[in-house]
Every structure is written in structure tokens, then in C-alpha cells.
Design a protein around this ligand. Structure first.
Ligand SMILES: Cc1cc2nc3c(=O)[nH]c(=O)nc-3n(C[C@H](O)[C@H](O)[C@H](O)COP(=O)(O)O)c2cc1C
Length: 211
């Protein structure tokens, strides 16, 4: 097995190193975050650092890169307090990836990439009409991470929109049935396939698959 020390990693060219470290933590859920600025201009960008923070209250976090690198989503969330998170499916993955381009702040990435804006009653954040699994978020807290000038953006879930077939009788969301994809690093996208679901694990009792 190859041993790679931090000294070796530090000697690498910056893009090679970034690719390598970005892949190391594994597959991520990948979604499009939709926002509007204070004038109502929509913005859309792809994010893969989205993480479950707790189910009661239902909290979701994501990491926003430093302001200079990724300014618009963060600024819009700060000014309006609301955003949407939209799962990506294979049918529009190329357009979704295109939203990562560094467009000028005034550019509407829905229009620039050919994705469709969808507004829901009472929610100011725009959704991606093409997405089969999407939810609305209300900002709670932005935690600066001083080590690298990034931000942990914490929000609470207010509304969820899903294909009915995805929701199973016990509350499990089989998002692979809706075609939701995963990502790896900054440019790899994957379809998901269920291996098995398992019963609640207890010490000393062999866990069984759920039939
Ligand atoms: C697969 C993928 C995942 C990404 N994940 C994140 C992320 O978690 N956080 C982030 O700040 N930027 C992430 N980006 C980069 C943003 O999409 C990019 O910086 C975008 O231009 C930000 O746009 P904004 O300024 O409109 O917010 C990712 C890009 C790709 C291609």
C-alpha cells in the first residue's frame, strides 16, 4: 500500500493536491443551492459539502468557500435569510456542473445554464424545476471557520418537495429511485445503487437486512 505523508502532499502542485484531498473524504451528496439577492435576482450554484446536522430540529449545514472564491450564494443568504437545496439528477448534471463557473454577481445562473426557475407560494428562494427532490431552508447561523476563511452555514428545513414514490412507509427516502446523484472531488458525478438497508444495530445481536 502506498504511504503518502503530509510532507509529500505539501510538495505537490496545487491543483493536483486539491484534487487529491477533495476526493479523500469520499462520495458526497451534491445539490444546487438557489437564492435571490435583495433585488430578487436569482442565483444558482452547485455545492457538495451539504451535511445533516440533526433531525429534531431539522438542521442542515454546508461549507461556503472564502468570500473571494464563492461570494454570491453566501451574500444572498445573508441578505434574505432563505435558500433552496435541490438534488441533482443525471438528466441535468452537465448544466448543474456549469453553475460552478465564476459568473459575475449580476448573472442569473438559471438562465446562463438553461435550468428552469420554479417559485413556490410563500417561499422567496427559487427552486430548480427539473429537480425531483428539493427543500427550502431558513438561515439560522453562519459560523466563520478562521483556519481557512470558510463558513459553516446552518439552516433549518421549512418545506420539502419530493416525488411521492421516493418516500417509504417508515420515512426512509429512497433518493436513488428519484435519480439523485453523488459527487466526488470537484468534478466526478456518480449514480447511486442501494446495497441493503439494515435493522437498528444492538450490541451482541447480529444485525439483519430489512426485507
Ligand atoms: C462538484 C462541486 C462541488 C462544489 N461544492 C462546493 C461547496 O461545498 N462549497 C463551496 O463554497 N463551493 C463549492 N463548489 C464551488 C461553487 O459551485 C463555485 O464556487 C460557485 O461559483 C459559487 O457560486 P456563488 O458565488 O454564486 O455562490 C463546488 C463546485 C463543484 C463543481
Amino acid at each position: 500500500m502506498q504511504h503518502i505523508s503530509l510532507d509529500i502532499i505539501k510538495s505537490w502542485e496545487r491543483f493536483y493536491r486539491a484534487n487529491f484531498i477533495n476526493c479523500l473524504t469520499g462520495f458526497k451528496s451534491v445539490s444546487l443551492i438557489g437564492t435571490v439577492n435583495s433585488s430578487g435576482q436569482p442565483n444558482l450554484a452547485v455545492f457538495s459539502s451539504i451535511v445533516h446536522l440533526g433531525s429534531d430540529p431539522a438542521l442542515v449545514g454546508y461549507i461556503n468557500r472564502p468570500r473571494a472564491a464563492a461570494p454570491d450564494t453566501l451574500a444572498n443568504i445573508e441578505s434574505t435569510g432563505f435558500y433552496s437545496i435541490n438534488h441533482i439528477q443525471e438528466s441535468f448534471v452537465q448544466k448543474a456542473h456549469q453553475t460552478s463557473a465564476k459568473y459575475e454577481s449580476g448573472v442569473n445562473e438559471f438562465e446562463a445554464t438553461g435550468l428552469t426557475t420554479e417559485f413556490k407560494p410563500g417561499i422567496i428562494a427559487p427552486f430548480v424545476a427539473e429537480s425531483n427532490v428539493k427543500y427550502a431552508m431558513k438561515l439560522l447561523e453562519i459560523v466563520p471557520i478562521t483556519h481557512n476563511n470558510t463558513f459553516l452555514v446552518i439552516g433549518s428545513i421549512t418545506d420539502i418537495f419530493i416525488d411521492e414514490t421516493v418516500l417509504k412507509p417508515d420515512g426512509f427516502l429512497a433518493i436513488e429511485e428519484a435519480g439523485s446523484i453523488a459527487s466526488l472531488g470537484g468534478d466526478g458525478y456518480y449514480n447511486a445503487q442501494l446495497i441493503s438497508r439494515f435493522q437498528y444495530a444492538k450490541p451482541g445481536k447480529e444485525v439483519k437486512p430489512i426485507e
